[in-house]
Design a protein around this ligand. Structure first.
Ligand SMILES: [Zn+2]
Ligand SMILES: [Zn+2]
Length: 102
């Protein structure tokens, strides 16, 4: 049995989408679905994602587990420890910047 909130989720989402069309979190272009990247950003991001360094988001070639750090972060732990969990859309932009850098 779906719960009441699940039954409401569909219509509510339609109303919300009408008022606030979903936008690409990276560049703000209107996209089809909530929290979806536009094609441009997606093509830049598709190789980015876990496994990566928990400190600087440097992608790893293989999964080292949650919270794993790259050699550089192990040697010099990032000063902003604990900030990552609170980062929202700004983090996507940061990931894009990192992606361009590496
Ligand atoms: Zn975008
Ligand atoms: Zn790192």
């Amino acid at each position: 049995m779906p719960s009441a909130s699940e039954l409401l989720a569909g219509p509510m989402r339609l109303i919300l989408n009408y008022a606030l069309p979903p936008r690409c979190p990276a560049c703000g272009v209107i996209v089809e679905g909530d929290r979806r990247l536009c094609l441009d950003c997606w093509s830049q991001l598709e190789f980015i994602g876990p496994p990566w360094c928990a400190g600087c988001r440097l992608p790893f070639a293989y999964d080292r587990g949650d919270g794993a750090l790259c050699g550089r972060c192990l040697a010099e732990p990032p000063a902003h420890d604990g900030v990552l969990a609170g980062i929202g859309y700004g983090d996507v932009a940061r990931t894009l910047v990192l992606r361009l850098k590496y």
